[in-house]
Design a binder for this molecule. Structure first.
Ligand code: MRU
Length: 349
């Protein structure tokens, strides 16, 4: 049995968050008791990864109404909507954030006839459900992905789409955990993922903890490693998949897709259906977060660039759909034509 790292835990109306800014050196768990604290944890990337941001936001939506005293449903819904607008400003790219907020609002609006106490109880249950469902979803993504892989293969992944970004199996890491459970031997190259170092600090940490064969490389080594024939498939997560299959994920993902095409290596996106956004037609409409210049100019509090240098720090890029071999979800594997097949996947119950 694999011992998964739990990035969040809900207990007695408190969201306990494993501070990912300090991993792997320091294991620090911080309690979040208010919606404002959850907002800050998402914004500061104390927790991160698209599905986890969604789960935390769902708990945040509950925390935002837990002390409400109004019995008026319209007033209750007004607070829910205001809280949703507030949390939605924490980070712009991962669609799971907006998906989870909307799911909580939709649930609340179906509770007009319920007492205030029942509304709170049912909304907490909805947040718990979102959390628990994620584990099942990730396992199914892993089963689907594993059907595309063979024993002895080597995968390359980028950023962290693992248990630290989700619940249990992760998305891109799910076939690796499942292979480990089955006694298969699948190795993995992990890109360090500048500037936040999700690959080095988080993915290399969580996978090596359970005995998976991990080799860490700097981001600019991926092309050479591929050219040496050392990579059989690239698998990354996603923050938002547009209706035409264009996919936003951690900055550097698109470069890997271009390289994979050059070297004839399959490039797979692993994502739950909650990451697919049919209302965004293509990648050019996906909002891309830009983060502080300090993430680029400083290294653990030490300056590594000249004072006053201009910096551009986009946190995500968009991989064009024609570079993606398949998008693997819990509901199945989607191949091109993405426009048609993603719509079909979402509409099929
Ligand atoms: O900025 P982050 O760390 O939140 O970005 C995370 C990623 O890009 C992940 O690949 C993505 O959210 C998928 S996590 C299953």
């Amino acid at each position: 049995m694999i011992q998964f790292i739990e990035p969040i835990e809900w207990k007695d109306d408190v969201l306990y968050v494993l501070n990912q800014l300090k991993l792997p050196e320091v294991t620090e768990i911080n309690p979040k008791r208010t919606i404002e604290e959850v907002f800050q944890a998402i914004k500061d990337m104390e927790l991160r990864g698209a599905p986890l941001i969604g789960i935390a936001a769902a708990y945040g939506m509950y925390l935002g109404i837990k002390d409400l005293t109004t019995n008026d449903h319209d007033e209750f819904m007004e607070v829910m909507r205001q809280n949703g607008d507030f949390l939605a400003k924490s980070r712009p790219t991962a669609i799971n954030l907006f998906w989870a907020i909307q799911r909580m609002i939709d649930k609340a609006s179906s509770l007009a006839g319920e007492s205030l106490e029942n509304k709170k109880r049912i909304l907490l249950a909805e947040a718990r459900k979102i959390h628990l469902e994620d584990e099942e979803i990730n396992k199914k993504i892993g089963i689907n992905l594993l059907s595309l892989l063979e024993d002895g293969m080597t995968i390359l992944t980028h950023c962290n789409a693992g248990s630290l970004a989700t619940s249990k199996y992760g998305t891109a890491t799910s076939p690796l955990y499942l292979a480990r459970e089955k006694g298969m031997n699948i190795k993995v190259y992990v890109d360090e993922t500048r500037p936040y170092l999700q690959g080095a600090r988080l993915t290399a940490y969580e996978l090596s903890q359970v005995g998976i064969d991990v080799t860490l490389i700097c981001d600019n080594m991926a092309g050479f490693v591929m050219s040496q024939g050392k990579v059989d498939a690239v698998i990354t997560g996603a923050d938002r998949v547009a209706a035409n299959g264009d996919t936003a994920n951690k900055i550097g993902t698109m470069t890997l897709a271009v390289l994979a095409k050059q070297f004839g290596i399959p490039f797979y996106i692993a994502a739950p259906t909650s990451t697919i956004d049919l209302s965004t037609p293509s990648g050019s409409e996906i909002p891309i977060e830009e983060r502080s210049h300090l993430e680029v100019t400083d290294w653990y509090g030490k300056k590594i660039a000249p004072d006053g240098i201009k910096v551009y720090n986009p946190a995500f890029d968009v991989t064009p759909h024609d570079l993606i071999t398949a998008i693997v979800t819990e509901k199945g594997i989607v191949y091109p034509n993405y426009e048609m097949n993603l719509k079909k996947l979402i509409e099929d119950k």
